[in-house]
Design a protein around this ligand. Structure first.
Ligand code: ADP
Ligand code: MG
Length: 312
């Protein structure tokens, strides 16, 4: 289990992280979310022992993770960290990069392992291509494969799919996270992409203002987002009187209701349209099967319990 107790850290005068405590069980997939600059990358680097803490402690099981003051080599052996700016060896091939930390003592096993990893990151056809000839997204995939080559106990991933295009992202995400679960590798992911979290994380936490704003399962945080920041991470939303945070998919067009709105725009989203409408002078967003004409009067219903009972 990874245990973070009362961690405080500052690069300069301003604390970046204040009194942070959380734990991650072995084999768990844990996500750290938050706006840009909220300290996600800093926290991952601290978990890896890159800097000395100002206060607090980090433990993996019974071993404390210490910073450079107490440790000559940054990064515990059982842990791997894939930085936002991954660094690979550009002049050797994809296969050589992935195998860089694997022993040459058993060449056949090494080759088999490299092939297995090439499949996880879906880059087998590129095995013999030099890394300098790859796209940013392909490099990111190689960096991930290299990090898991020696099967760490803990994997830290910083925005792991940020450079990878949508064509590949979905299947790659499933393939990697399934692999990590199967091998019981504890995985901590800093991300701003809800798709990295919703289907895969066991637990998640939100960083804001140097502190933990919320913690829970994705279901808990999605179902009752405490505030606009958390709701906006997951989806388009409205803040409606008496209801609080209402996702666009929880607002529905009905035959008749007291909530009357006028359509402003319709945006095609594939299997639905995102409708922008005006309700009591405020803009609201809702999902609807069909395109609606600008100026149309619609009645809305909220598919959610009101916060307080209506007075009649
Ligand atoms: P995130 O990953 O959530 O975008 P970061 O952890 O990268 O956030 O940054 C958090 C804050 O720390 C930012 O205000 C950033 O400017 C600052 N910061 C990051 N790295 C350094 C550094 N090496 N020296 C000083 N300040 C830094
Ligand atoms: Mg970052």
């Amino acid at each position: 289990m990874l245990q973070v107790n009362n961690l405080t850290f500052q690069y300069k005068k301003q604390p970046i992280l204040k009194a942070i405590s959380f734990s991650v069980k072995t084999g768990e997939h844990f996500s750290i979310i938050g706006e840009s600059g909220s300290g996600k990358s800093t926290l991952l680097k601290l978990l890896y022992g890159t800097y000395d803490l100002n206060e607090g402690h980090i433990f993996w099981n019974d071993t404390e993770i210490l910073g450079p003051k107490h440790n000559l080599i940054v990064g515990p052996k059982y842990m791997k960290y894939v930085a936002q700016e991954f660094d690979l060896m550009p002049f050797i091939t994809v296969a050589e990069n992935i195998g860089a930390y694997l022993s040459n003592f058993y060449p056949e096993e090494k080759q088999a392992r490299i092939e297995e990893l090439l499949d996880v990151i879906e880059l087998r056809p590129y095995a013999n291509i030099k890394v300098k000839e790859l796209s940013g997204g392909q490099k990111q995939r190689v960096a991930i494969a290299r990090a898991i080559a020696k099967q760490p106990e803990v994997l830290l991933l910083d925005e792991p799919f940020s450079h990878i295009d949508n064509f590949k992202k979905q299947s790659l995400r499933r393939s990697l996270f399934k692999y990590l679960k199967d091998k019981n590798i504890t995985c901590i992911v800093a991300t701003h992409d809800k798709d990295d979290v919703l289907s895969f994380s066991d637990h998640m936490m939100v960083l804001h203002d140097a502190k933990i704003m919320a913690k829970g399962t994705p279901q808990e945080l999605y179902k009752s987002p405490k505030n606009e920041l958390i709701a906006s991470f997951f989806d388009e939303f409205n803040n409606i009187e008496n209801y609080g945070m209402v996702y666009a998919n929880q607002l529905k067009v009905v035959e008749n209701s007291n909530l009357k709105a006028i359509v402003k725009s319709s945006y095609y989203k594939g299997n639905y349209y995102l409708i922008e409408a005006e309700l009591d002078g405020e803009t609201v967003l809702l999902e609807h099967k069909e395109h609606l004409k600008k100026g149309l009067l619609i009645c809305l219903s909220v598919l959610k319990q009101p916060k307080t009972p209506f007075q009649s």
